[in-house]
Design a protein around this ligand. Structure first.
Ligand SMILES: [Zn+2]
Length: 113
């Protein structure tokens, strides 16, 4: 399968490498993952056996994980732990849709803001 051609995500203060792994699994080898983020290593890993479209939405999902962790929003007062993944996926999918459907908005952000 095609690997998404993104090697790094620039979060402003930090840059995370984007790496690929076939049939990615969690650390305890219990389950398959589409992606993971390791803050200690500044690394996002994507399952390269998935479709490009899926890798792109997973990359955005991991980016939202970054924002939540780095802004200390992962507390029970802020995010219900049982709903965290659903919330992150909803925001990530929404961001992908907004970016895809509004190139003029993205261009304005890149060039004028
Ligand atoms: Zn997640």
């Amino acid at each position: 399968m095609t690997k998404i051609p993104i090697k790094q995500i620039d979060f402003g203060g930090e840059k995370y490498d984007v790496v690929h792994e076939e049939k990615l699994r969690d650390e305890s080898d219990d389950q398959r993952l589409s992606g993971s983020i390791r803050h200690g290593q500044c690394r996002i890993t994507l399952d390269s056996s998935e479709h490009l479209q899926r890798q792109a939405s997973t990359l955005m999902h991991e980016c939202v994980h970054y924002l939540i962790t780095m802004h200390d929003l992962e507390t029970k007062d802020t995010i219900n732990p049982d709903r965290k993944e659903m919330l992150i996926s909803t925001i990530a999918l929404g961001m992908v849709t907004i970016i895809k459907r509004n190139p003029n908005f993205i261009r304005l952000l890149q060039e004028q803001v």
